[in-house]
Design a protein. Structure first.
Length: 345
């Protein structure tokens, strides 16, 4: 069996496709597989399936394929086009890759398996591709999965943002919380980024949404209100972001009180920032001793810290009625605590 026939079988190519030649570059550790078709072949219009003769060929394109041992393997081809009376000039369907992809289907299948087992950075290293290429492979897999599900709308959604490229770019993620699947990946973190996900469903299907877990990012909130019926009754702000705001409020109170105390010559709150933000279980003995002393003093910061710690109990409730009762009591306490944290967003 010669190399062309070997790679034809490895690629799973059938007529009219053939492997014209295989080139080995030992220095670069590359295998270049050139694919074409015999003269006079006819191809189906991708729109209607009508068999037509070849109109012309596009320029050569290259797809990354599964490695041949340790050698990077690339598939080269010039895609044929047909001229359909009903649909005009169209590129024929290529059996080895999805439209617009720079990777073969077999490589994408492997890549998704690796991405399921590792984070994007590690997967990119294993596959010897860039971070952006790994992200693109994952995004296309999400689109394929979402398309296969049709217009059925998940009932419980999770919305989040992900910083990429060291925080210089953001992506919008939508997950099905019940099925633990990624449903959508959108560019940036704008209102339109999330709105595009909801726009893919008929308006009546969006009524099926029962809950949306998200952070307090205004564009996401606005998108939910714009696209989801009764969104205000369905949005749920997740624990992490709520507690982050409460922690920020405690620190605002500490800063304001410390400033006032310093003017009066009182330095008790000096260098105490992390005492109020750290879990006491993780403190050193010396830090815990000082923290306990500060807690025993009548300070606004101490009251703010107590409010923060009390709120954590909200997520221990499994009964909505009891959780609501707890929340009302905590809210009354907070709003009557005479504490202000000016400048908190």
């Amino acid at each position: 069996m010669d190399s062309a026939e070997l790679y034809r079988q490895l690629l799973g190519l059938t007529a009219p496709w053939i492997v014209e030649r295989v080139e080995l570059d030992v220095a670069q550790q590359h295998v270049e597989v050139h694919v074409g078709h015999a003269p006079g072949q006819r191809f189906a219009c991708p729109e209607c399936g009508r068999e037509l003769s070849v109109y012309d060929h596009l320029g050569e394109r290259v797809w990354r394929h599964l490695d041949s041992c340790q050698f990077l393997t690339y598939l080269h081809a010039r895609a044929p086009r047909v001229s359909c009376p009903g649909h005009g000039v169209r590129q024929v369907t290529l059996p080895w890759a999805q439209p617009g992809s720079r990777f073969t289907n077999l490589f994408e299948t492997l890549a998704i398996e690796v991405l399921l087992a590792a984070n994007i950075k590690r997967a990119a290293e294993i596959l010897r591709i860039t971070w952006d290429e790994a992200w693109g492979l994952m995004a296309r897999a999400v689109v394929r999965g979402r398309t296969a599900k049709g217009e059925a709308m998940p009932t419980h959604l999770g919305v989040d943002e992900k910083a990429i490229a060291k925080g210089h770019r953001y992506m919008t993620l939508v997950c099905d919380l019940k099925e633990a699947t990624v449903e959508y990946i959108g560019e940036e973190r704008k209102e339109a980024s999330l709105g595009a996900y909801f726009d893919a469903f008929p308006e009546e299907n969006r009524e099926a949404v029962e809950a949306i877990s998200l952070d307090m990012w205004p564009p996401f909130i606005n998108a939910c209100r714009e696209k989801v019926p009764d969104a205000d009754e369905k949005m749920v702000f997740d624990r992490f972001h709520i507690m982050r705001h409460v922690v920020d409020a405690v620190d605002k109170v500490r800063k304001q009180e410390h400033k006032a105390l310093i003017k009066a010559g009182d330095v008790r709150l000096t260098k105490s920032k992390y005492l109020w933000l750290t879990n006491p279980e993780n403190m050193t003995d010396q830090a815990r001793q000082r923290f306990n002393e500060l807690k025993g003093i009548e300070l606004k910061t101490g009251r703010a810290w107590a409010l923060k710690e009390a709120l954590r109990a909200l997520w221990s409730y499994t009964s909505r009625a009891w959780a609501t009762k707890f929340w009302k009591r905590w809210y009354f306490w907070a709003t009557h605590s005479r504490l202000r944290c000016d400048g908190l967003d």
